[in-house]
Every structure is written in C-alpha cells, then in structure tokens.
Design a protein around this ligand. Structure first.
Ligand SMILES: [Zn+2]
Length: 53
C-alpha cells in the first residue's frame, strides 16, 4: 500500500513532475510525461529505464 505522504515525496525522475498512484494496476503514472512506473513488492521503481511510456 502506498500512502499519500509518500506519494507527495516522489517525483518523475525524467521531468520531475508529480506522479499519481494507479491502484488498480499497481503502478505510478507521471502527470506530465505519462510514464508508468511499476511497483514491485510495495516499492515504487522510479527508474526511467523501467518505465513504460
Ligand atoms: Zn515524467
């Protein structure tokens, strides 16, 4: 489970924009570039090379 305060700290590593939590698909989506970052074992993988465009 990802909590709101933790989400506030995270930012897209590519464009530094805020990210939103896609709970249904267990991933984080950048509000600017739209990259999708996976969450593995409850840990967001905020790496450009791991992101889906
Ligand atoms: Zn981005």
């Amino acid at each position: 489970m990802i909590d709101k305060e933790f989400l506030d700290i995270l930012a897209c590593p590519v464009c530094k924009a805020d990210i939103t939590y896609d709970e249904a698909n267990q991933r984080l989506i950048c509000t600017s570039c739209g990259r999708k970052y996976p969450i593995r074992d409850g840990i967001p993988v905020m790496l450009e090379e791991e992101a889906e465009k």
